[in-house]
Design a protein around this ligand. Sequence first.
Ligand code: SR1
Ligand code: MG
Length: 419
Amino acid sequence: MNKNYSALTLEELPKRLSQISAITDRIGTNFSEWKVTEVGDGNLNLVFIVVGSKGKIVIKQALPYVRVVGDSWPLTLERAYFEYNALVRQEERDPGIVPSVFHFDREQGLIAMECLDSHKILRGKLIAGEKVKNLGDVIGKHCARLAFKGSDLFMDTKDKKHDVSLFQKNLELMSITENLVFTDPYFEAKMNNNTKGLDPIIKIIRDDVTMKTRAQLMLLKFTSNTETMCHGDLHSGSIMCTETDTKVIDPEFAFYGPMGFDLGMNIANYLMAFFSQPAHRKNLTEINSFQKWILKVIEETIQAFNDEFSNLWYNNRKGILFPKCLFEDQEQSSQFALNSVFKNIWSDAVSVCGIEMHRRCLSLAHNADFEKIEDLSYRAKLEARNLLMGRELILNSDKIKDASELTSLAIKFNERNIL
Ligand code: SR1
Ligand code: MG
């Protein structure tokens, strides 16, 4: 750890940041009047909201360990450096999607950024049954823009290779994903936990050698296919929304990997919101209506991804991959090539989706959609539907044709009476 690093405290923060003009320009110089609260509810970092006479700002600071576990699990402060670099690239590739960044201090693992105080974490909104206008469109387009513009379809290949080598150093965070997401769900890993009653379902999953092999083949792609810069952790806790506006936060797990990774993780978290709804809504009418909306968001996300990726393919393809000289310039269509690329992206997305659905119930970091369900036997029933659908997705990632097949499967598993 850097010897000058010190974690901010509520008391020390105003004085320590009072000389940074990028911060005082936004919230005012009278630091003794700043009001500071710590609002971090994620697994890793400190997050402060600082309110001054001129405005508000968010200060995010990496801790030298994993917050949810404590100092027995040290973790590099350099994750803030990768988060900063990812935020810059997200903004370049999809302007307006991330909060504005005002200041970055590598030594302190600290990023000062726009306070999205009228936005709420999407996961909380999904649990509360609150809809967000255009959610699918915004996130689908964002995933497509990141996938396309960080790849050899678009970037100068020297810049891309340079970027790949930069993000390959985000190895501690990639290692968390490699273990917690891809491997731990499938054996009795030390940090795992699961809802009581799920043992018969866990046995089905851990006995399935074909499925585990397919999950490991996806890990092989995670570690070796540096197709594009992925956000790396695009679950519903990394999305903040008002009723009409959507922003993406927290890209500290950014890495160069498969183009379908973010889309798959995003859809998995919608599916978990979907399966958990019966525990959060008051009656059947509300359950049905909100579940229907979630499935619509999934379909819209995939549609927006496909439309935007196609649009970029035809209008912005300027990298070394599938160059126009091989297709359009010879008056040949590149549609077959695009469809082939889509097929790979989609199959990876479906596979990642299934794996994410597993890890959130079996590995270390669970999500509130299920964790907030106090009746454990009910929670286990709902998680079982999610786990078995996850298995189906991993096993059939190259057979599930499209969004509507995926949502039909969700409806089918939601009707199953398991446990
Ligand atoms: C120890 S970190 C656990 C999880 O939290 C993050 O948000 C990522 O999803 C990671 O897998
Ligand atoms: Mg996070």
